[in-house]
Write a protein that binds this ligand. Sequence first.
Ligand code: HEM
Length: 535
Amino acid sequence: MENGTSITRSGDSLDKRLTEGEDSTTITTRQGHPVKYNQNIRTVGNRGPATLENYHFIEKISHFDRERIPECVVHARGAGAHGYFEAYGKAGDEPVSKYTRAKVFQKAGKKTPVFVRFSTVNHGGHSPETLRDPRGFAVKFYTEDGNWDLVGNNLKIFFIRDAMKFPDVVHAFRPDPVTNIQDGERIFDFCTNSPESIHMITFLFSPWGIPANYRQMQGSGVNTYKWINDKGEAVLVKYHWEPKQGIKNLTQKEAEEIQGKNFNHATQDLYEAIERGDYPEWELYVQIMSDDDHPELDFDPLDDTKIWPQEQFPWLPVGRMVLNKNPENYFAEVEQAAFGTGVLVDGLDFSDDKMLQGRTFAYSDTQRYRVGANYLQLPINAPKKHVATNQRDGQMAYYVDMAPGTNPHVNYEPSSLGGLNESTSSSQDYTPHVEGKLIHESVERTNDFKQAGETYRAFSDFERDELINNLVNTLSSCQPHIQKRAVELFTKCDEDYGQRVAEGLKKHANQMNHHGPAGASETKEAVQEAEHNGH
Ligand code: HEM
């Protein structure tokens, strides 16, 4: 592996002496004992029973028993690749330094190594990659100032705007806790009671809900961040990745056809493209807003259920990313990779986006549980620069993060005995003033339906047809009161949207009515009500 992330022990430091009967390919135990019997356990006679002192067998099986670590609680199914990010030195036509002092962006042509993990969200580590589900797009930049993680998704918005609701939205999309079956009724029960999700639902049930593969997929930071310049001034910023390979999505039918033959198609597509030298590439764009609450907008810039209109907030290219190397060990590099929204470098900052703030706690919390307290000592997660901390010990501590020449007896700070010291950086601090009452309230400009309606109208005919079909298929298994609420919400987004879902449900119910199921009359009620509301 490049950049010091070697995952095998270097032979140079090892004692190369071999015992009798051993050569360099001889299998050994982890204690270095050559293994003579790797086919049969030791037994009393050739028909058993086995004996407990089978040291090699017990070590082999008990290590195997521990091969898995807990999967990521979300985004369990992933594929990864190494590459680099190359800065343009500009944000659109302006020097990028006007907005941020982050070194990773400053100099045109400057390359920073990256590792990217793409993922699906809701199902397990070997679930099909054809599911209707958002896709994760997480990038770790190994910058000279330490790591920066941009943990995004393919779609530009999210289901909810407050971190408090994250476990609920995930539970609703996950299999039923009793039957272990994913259930459209649970999804629409939650979503129709959380109207802020309707915009995301509109994307998810359209072909945008099943990207064809990872290479032909967009990415977005989704949440609002800040950039800080040399003067300590801030702007609000959103990030977007645009694939040079173009964008490709699948219809439900296309996805089902692929799924019948291959449940790894996206991982395979990425791996094989990189192996044949067809390196995927994305351009990174930012949208910038001044750092205030923008009362002139009909949405809150800190609300991640909203898109920042491109006409008002143009996409400014700031660099490009190329993925040119596959992992050598899936577990070490992809499964143990740990990304987090708190992992920022000088010149990049958080905004008050309430999702972002909740996320920032969750990532390292889960990684300490999932990978272990010393997850940042693993090569894939460790920065490729000087690290010196007074953190010690813990499970699987592999080395001491100590600067050469510092006193190993001092693992505290401050000290006058030659320990570590604070940085003397002269960079201008960013010190926003914050005041207000502590409350539990949503942002004021919720405006849950306008952008969803715009998205619906912006779709091509084929995308709208797919959306309606997919919604009707899922909603038709829901109880009438959930169907009714869904039709009301879609109608608030766009008259035609609600009407078509209602008609689709009615048609479906009529077809079923031949066989006499309940529910058709209530669906009719929902249609009539939508008509009555003048929609
Ligand atoms: C993974 C929490 C919202 C994108 C995760 C993980 C957690 C988590 C616990 C597992 C991390 C691991 O095991 O290493 C949350 C919480 C959220 C939230 C609490 C809301 C409050 C979002 C949003 C996005 C997102 C809005 C999209 C921008 C991702 C991605 C991963 C991930 C891409 C996978 C990272 C990887 O490849 O390892 N999230 N998440 N999450 N989340 Fe979120």
